[in-house]
Every structure is written in C-alpha cells, then in structure tokens.
Design a protein around this ligand. Structure first.
Ligand code: PLP
Length: 429
C-alpha cells in the first residue's frame, strides 16, 4: 500500500487534495505530465489548478476536435446517460446502429466494428486481414508490411507493427512476420509487398513520426501493389481522421481508397471509442465469436461519436477547417521566416501541422513547447525535433492569432535563453 494513503488520513478519496506530485506517488510512471494540472475547459480555453488560463492547441493529441465541453455533445451524452449506459454484446443498441449507418454512408465502407481506442481498432484490422488472407489464400499469407517511424498503438501486436523500435524493446518475443519499410519510398514498398503479404498498414499522414504527409503517388503505388498481390491495404486514420485533415478522412482528398480504415481519437471527442471500417467482402471473414470487446459500441460512446460525425461531416464545417488551416500555415511560414535559427518550414494536412526545429535546436522541440506553456499556450511535439499543432477544428481566427502571438514570444524567450547559455558556457579550447 502507498505510504501516503496509509498515513491515517481519513478524508474520502473524492475529497483528497491532489497535486502534480501525487502523480509521482501513485501512477505507474509511463508518462511525464506537465507541471500544471488542468481542472476545467470549454472550447479551446483551459484552466489549471491555480486558475491560470491556457489556449489549448493540443486537443488532447488531436482528440477534442469540437473543443472541450461542446454543448451539443454535453446535451446528447447527458440525455443518453439518463437513458441507457451499457449492454453486453448479447444486445445491440440504437446509437451504435445509427453510428454505423452514418460512418458507412460517409465512407467507402459497408460495415463497422467498434472498440475503445486506436490500438484496438488497428488490432482488429490486423487480425481481420490475417483471417481474410488465411481463409482466401492459405496460411502462408501472413506477412504484414508497415512503415518506419509509424505509430499504430501500444498493444503487443500494434507496437510490433509500428515502426519505432524503442516501443518494442524489452517486450520480446514479438509477433512474427512483420517488416518495416521507409515511408514514402515506392521502390522499397513494391519490393516488400510480395505474395505472402496479408496486409499493408500505413498512416495517410504520419502523426507521431513527425507530421509527414503521405505522397499521393506513394499511396497509389501501395494500392496497385496490394491489388496485384491480394494484400489488404489498411489506412490508420486514428490521428488524421474525423475532419482533422480538412476532409472527413484524409484518403478522401488523397484519392486512394483502402480496404480497411481505422478511426479513433477525435471520433469520440474525448469519450473513448475506436472503429474499424471495411467492405462486405472483407467483413464476412469475421464470424460470430471471431473478435469482440466488452465496451465496443457502448451506447454512451456511440451517442457522442454519432453527434461528432454529424457536426463535422458537413461541407461548411470542413471548408472552415481548410480555411483555418491555410491561415495558420501562412502565419507559421511568417514565423519561420522571422526565426530561421529556431524553426524550419511547417508542413501537414488540415489542422494537423508539424514545425520542425532548425538544426541548432535539434532534439529540443520540448524547450519551445515548455516556453509556450509558460506563456499560456499548450502545444504538442511529434518526436524530439518537431513542434506539433493540433487545435480543435472549431478554432477561431482570433485564437489562431493569439497562438501565433504567444509562439512569437516563446521563440524570443527560447532564443534568448539559448544565447545566455552559450555566453555562460566557456568556449572549448
Ligand atoms: C494515437 C494513435 C494510435 C493509438 O491510438 P490509442 O487510442 O492511443 O490506442 C494509433 N494510430 C495512430 C496513427 C495514432 O495517432
């Protein structure tokens, strides 16, 4: 038992005073959260325990795309909470049926499978692809091709498929027959997609790997090679999906259609839900009992997701995402031009944007996001060298301008601190 909890304190846990330091006492140390503890938020405004205000340009890692506490979602969830929370998979429910209709009508897919996270959606996709390949072609067709620097989740299968070795170290033995190829490299992909490949999984825009958009010619080549070999093409749109790219899913503007698509993050705007979407011909290879999860398609999660899709998937909403993205990209270009010693050229798709740090600040993207946080702007990184911006899609022009003003001030701070550090460091002799 934890010493703090065993110290004779009698207040109920719900009334206990907690701080950032509590994290270090009672949480398994898998994260290093910020010093401030957020307690309340609405839209893109967020307040910490001390009452300090922040502009949230993280959206919980591209999750709360409609902002915090969106009134329509609050109302729909509250109504559902008072109606029906949960059923086992021995029963279906109205919200999940409506959500499946909405997602299949809006995409290439005929059918949906629901789960609780991006990793689970990918786990379902990879299992389905192997089942499909084994039934249709035989047990030799098992290989999975994925990209270096990709991220697909943290289950043992998805972390093995993901292209970052640091996430599998220490967890061996790993699932077999998985190969990694460089992203956006057509020749390497064509060579790797042999007849024993069951699935090729790719992010249409690599998120965690540094916000790198997939090239259309590359995705087309993957599509052609999959068609030629009978492999299934899986698009992981866990981060790029549900409007963030400026279309409901990124594949819709890239013009390449996958066989399986996975979605999570923004789908529930913070209420946990994941989805795997696919066609009739592929879905039929999962039968009753093939796969499942207790909470998948739970009425609460399905209600939130249904409302999220309904709000985001309109021409006017998506046009505004593109407009906001263009405005943000233009001001980031000005920022990079004004501080070339700190920033490289911004890149991305829609409101998923990465700004690489210049060589002099390599490995120090976090120094910048920490300075911005001190000045009241929450930002993400994507690896040690890239500052990532993923504001809620409802961001206003005034909020975009505020964020840029704070980024400018943070840049001045970081550059001044670096100069002071350089001045204080004795020159090497
Ligand atoms: C976040 C993410 C995942 C994992 O989603 P979880 O909900 O954390 O399991 C998978 N793929 C991509 C592209 C992601 O960005």
């Amino acid at each position: 038992m934890n010493a703090m909890l065993d110290s004779g304190v009698t207040t109920r846990p719900t009334e206990r005073a907690v701080t950032r330091a509590t994290f270090d006492d009672v949480l398994v140390p898998t994260y290093a959260p910020a010093a401030m503890v957020p307690v309340r938020a609405a839209g893109l405004d967020l307040w910490d325990q001390a009452g300090k205000h922040y502009l949230d340009f993280t959206a919980g890692i591209a999750v709360t795309s409609l902002g915090h506490a969106h009134p329509v979602l609050v109302e729909a969830l509250t109504r559902q909470i008072n109606t029906l929370w949960h059923l086992g998979n021995g029963y279906t429910n109205e919200p999940v049926l409506r959500l499946a209709i909405a997602l299949t009508e809006a995409t290439f897919a005929d059918r949906a499978f629901f789960c609780n996270s991006g990793a689970e959606a990918n786990e379902a996709a990879l299992k389905l692809a192997r089942k499909y390949a084994h039934t249709k072609f035989g047990p030799h067709k098992s290989r999975i091709i994925s990209c270096l620097s990709s991220f697909h989740g943290r289950t043992l299968f998805t972390v093995s498929v993901g292209g970052q070795a640091k996430y599998t170290e220490g967890f061996e033995p790993l699932p077999q027959e998985i190969n990694h190829v460089p992203y956006n490299d057509i020749a390497a992909a064509v060579a790797a997609i042999t007849d024993d490949v069951a699935a090729v999984i790719v992010e249409p825009i690599q998120g965690e790997g540094g916000v790198i958009p997939g090239q259309v010619a590359y995705l087309q080549a993957l599509r052609e090679r999959c068609d030629a070999t009978g492999a299934l093409l899986v698009f992981d749109e866990v981060q790029s999906g549900v409007g963030r790219s400026g279309t409901l899913y990124a594949y819709m503007q890239q013009g390449v259609t996958p066989d399986i698509l996975t979605s999570a993050k923004a789908l529930g705007n913070g209420y946990p839900i994941g989805a795997m979407l696919t066609t009739n011909a592929i879905a039929e290879h999962f039968g009753v009992g093939s796969h499942g999860t207790t909470y998948g398609g739970n009425p609460l999660a399905a209600t939130v997701a249904l409302n999220v899709v309904e709000i985001i998937n309109t021409p006017a909403f998506l046009a505004r995402v593109k407009e906001a993205a263009a405005r943000l990209m233009a001001s980031l270009d000005v920022l990079s031009a004004d501080y070339p010693q700190l920033f490289g050229k911004a890149r991305g798709m829609g409101l998923l944007i990465g700004v690489p740090v210049a060589d002099a600040f390599k490995g120090r993207a976090k120094d910048f996001t920490k300075a911005a946080e001190g000045l009241g702007l929450m930002l993400l990184i994507a690896g040690p060298d890239v500052i990532r911006l993923a504001p809620a899609l409802i961001v206003s022009d005034a909020q975009l301008d505020d964020a840029l003003r704070i980024m400018r001030a943070a840049a001045e701070q970081v550059i001044a601190a670096d100069a002071a550090h350089v001045a204080a460091t004795p020159a090497a002799v």
